[in-house]
Design a protein around this ligand. Sequence first.
Ligand SMILES: [Zn+2]
Ligand SMILES: [Zn+2]
Ligand SMILES: [Zn+2]
Length: 252
Amino acid sequence: MRVTLLGTGSSTGTPQLLCDCENCRSDDPRDRRTRFAILVEQGDTVLLVDAPFEIRLQLLAAKAKRLDALWLTHAHSDHLAGVDDLRIFAFRNGAPIPCFALPETITTTRHRFTYLFDDNEYGDLRFLDPRPVGREPLSFRDLTLTPLHHRHGDTAVVSFRAGPFAFLADLSAIDDAELEKLAGISTLVISCTVRHDHYKHMKLDEVLALAARIGAPRTVLTHMNHKFNHADLLATLPRGVEPGYDGLTLDL
Ligand SMILES: [Zn+2]
Ligand SMILES: [Zn+2]
Ligand SMILES: [Zn+2]
């Protein structure tokens, strides 16, 4: 399995508009973060997690040759606003792209991008095929996906485990029953958006405590805002934890 962190930034990206902070002025390319997306490849199957503003540029950078399905964690714009660019893959596949998401995420996405699901000027071709996600693991081509349900303030989010790999998108709380599904993973990608208290996100210390509890040999932080500097983080994080960066590939 190969996992590519297409985008590791928070909702506003880094550098952030109008910001003149040290990190937004950093020359380190690892401090330039586009919005959250992950590409998961296993065998002949390519699954995209989320479709942010920069998805076209991210998929070009990753030299993506195909796309079999989309997994939408939730319907916030930094995870969804680029979904129109996926039409190209529906044309190529000659079929709508399966879109795995919570029922409420499908409802919101359908409301905002009606033409991707329903009648449109292209006649019979639909672009997205909604696949509601529940509690049970599901199989899709070469992948077996175990949904991981968690909270993000008032918003419900669904991430997944696939074999030795798991990720947790935007996160403020998660039940023990969901954490048990992470036993034995080798690599965890986890959102670490803020340094300090935030009602919608765990802060850095909470993310590190959760990562220690999950105990994956390798933990990679993502969805970081502009308050984080890559080199500084790398030097201070505990053993087994590292900051991600756009384009980082993980071979599992
Ligand atoms: Zn987000
Ligand atoms: Zn800044
Ligand atoms: Zn969000």
